[in-house]
Structures are given as C-alpha cells and as structure tokens.
Design a binder for this molecule. Structure first.
Ligand SMILES: NC(=O)c1ccc[n+]([C@@H]2O[C@H](COP(=O)([O-])OP(=O)(O)OC[C@H]3O[C@@H](n4cnc5c(N)ncnc54)[C@H](O)[C@@H]3O)[C@@H](O)[C@H]2O)c1
Length: 245
C-alpha cells in the first residue's frame, strides 16, 4: 500500500506530537512543522524516516508557501493537512492590549490561512484531500480569561464550514476537532501548581478525567481515514462530555 502523506502543523506540541506518533503507527508518512525546532528534531529522532521535520514560523505566509512546495516536490502529494498550532495566555479582556490580540489572532487563525491556502490549491488540482483543524471547546461554550482565543477558535470553526462547502465538489473534506482540557505539559504544570483548580475542572467533566493527547489524536486520525469519507463541515468535541452541543 502506498503510504499517504499528512502535513501536521504544530507537530511538536503536546497534542501535535501525539498525532504524529499515531499517524506514523498507522502507516502514514508525516511532514511535521513547528516553530520549536529542538522538540521537532527530538520527535524526528523518535519516529524515524517516516517523519520529515520542517521547522518554520507559521505566521510567515511566504515561508508556508515554500514549505508546501518543498513538501510536495520532495515527498509527494499531501493527502491530509492537520492544523494543531495554537496559543493563548489567560487574562481579563479589559486588561489586554492590541499586541496581545494580534499575537493570539496570528497564531490561532492567520497562520492557519497561510498554510490552508497553498495546501488547498494542491488538493484541488488532484480533486482529493482531508483537512482537520484543531479548534477548542472554548469556541463553542466560551472560556473566562481566554476571550480573544475563543473568538479566534470560533473563526477556525466557521472557516472550516465554509471551506467544506467550497471544496466538497473537489473531493476535499474539512472538519474540526474541539478538545476540552487535555493533559499536555501546560496542564501537567497546572496540576503541580494549582491542584485544587484542576480537581474542580475534572469534577465538571462527566467522564471524570482530562483527555489524554491520544484521545485527540484518535478523533483527528478518524477524520483523515476512509471511514470519514462522507463527513464534512463538522466539529467534534473531545472533552469527556464537558460540552454536549
Ligand atoms: N491542551 C488543551 O487542554 C487544549 C484544549 C483545547 C484546545 N487546545 C488546542 O489544541 C492545540 C494544541 O494544544 P497543545 O496543548 O498541544 O499546545 P502546545 O503549546 O503543546 O502545542 C502548540 C504548538 O504550536 C506551536 N506553535 C505556536 N506558535 C507557532 C508558530 N508561530 N509557528 C509554528 N508553530 C507554532 C508550538 O511551538 C507548539 O508546539 C492548540 O491549537 C490548542 O489551542 C488545547
């Protein structure tokens, strides 16, 4: 069987690395991009030759066009594109400044446009492809302290639906996974420093635990698989029942 190629952005983060591990295990070849060069090369050492590391800043549109050209020229057509890149701090909206808002919008939304456009053009030529964007349950139900991030992730979901409509005729599906609290390094840090707050969050989750990164990877790989061929424009919350919408 020919190994399908998947481009994963935000590849060396907590959820991104889990997605890359799962994809390599499932027999895909993965081009992984991330700003964190060191973590990306560590992941490359772990995953071997089916993983190709391409460190880059996703907020640089020209760099993203080059990355897609190089990936396709060197490794074949991109079957799937998974966008995991994201960032926020926690603060009250009325205390924030425009530089912070721009950073949040650039990392969570603009960077997705910069990569989705060149990838879509390639997929449209081949009339096939799968896109999966990692959003957040913050976009669906709101999160205090993360107002602009929630807005940016809402934009990611709205974008996915419109791209799904525009590109269905080209055989391209576009879906979102919306994680709830997930055990990434930031979460582990909070568990050590603020265990009471974490306990309170977990009490509110019907399945009574935070997600493992592999829970998110399972939903993402489903959307990339043949089984999901008839699903597009959808957002799946992976949050232990925290949100049911
Ligand atoms: N962890 C959670 O509880 C949780 C909950 C809801 C949504 N999410 C979303 O899931 C995704 C992954 O989260 P995570 O917890 O794994 O976070 P993470 O910080 O571990 O991973 C994010 C990755 O994005 C990369 N990145 C940031 N800015 C970049 C840029 N300019 N160019 C290239 N790469 C850049 C980082 O280097 C990092 O590797 C994010 O989109 C996040 O918003 C996470």
């Amino acid at each position: 069987m020919e190994e399908k190629l998947v481009l994963v952005a935000g590849a060396s983060g907590g959820i991104g690395a889990s997605v890359c591990r799962r994809l390599v295990e499932d027999g895909y070849r993965v081009v992984g991009t991330d700003l964190n060069e060191e973590a990306l090369s560590g992941l490359g050492a772990e995953l071997g030759e089916r993983f190709i590391a391409k460190p880059a800043d996703q907020t640089d549109m020209a760099a993203m066009e080059t990355l897609v050209e190089e990936a396709e020229a060197g490794h074949g057509g991109i079957h799937g594109f998974v966008n995991v890149t994201g960032w926020t701090a926690a603060s009250r909206f009325e205390t924030e400044n425009v530089e912070y808002w721009q950073k949040v919008m650039n990392i969570n939304f603009m960077s997705l446009l910069y990569l989705a456009q060149p990838v879509l053009r390639k997929m449209a030529e081949r009339k096939a492809g799968r896109m999966v964007f990692v959003a957040s349950d913050a976009a669906r139900v709101g999160t205090a302290g993360q107002a602009v991030y929630s807005g940016a992730k809402g934009a990611v979901i709205a974008l996915s639906k419109s791209l799904a409509r525009e590109n269905a005729r080209n055989g391209i599906t576009v879906n979102c996974v919306a994680p709830g609290p997930t055990k990434t390094p930031l979460f582990e840090h909070e568990m050590e420093n603020n265990p009471q707050m974490v306990e309170k969050i977990i009490k509110g989750i019907p399945l009574r635990r935070a997600a493992e990164p592999s829970d998110q990877a399972a939903a993402i790989t489903f959307f990339l698989s043949d089984e999901a061929a008839y699903i597009t424009g959808q957002t799946l919350s992976v949050s232990g029942g925290l949100t049911m919408i």
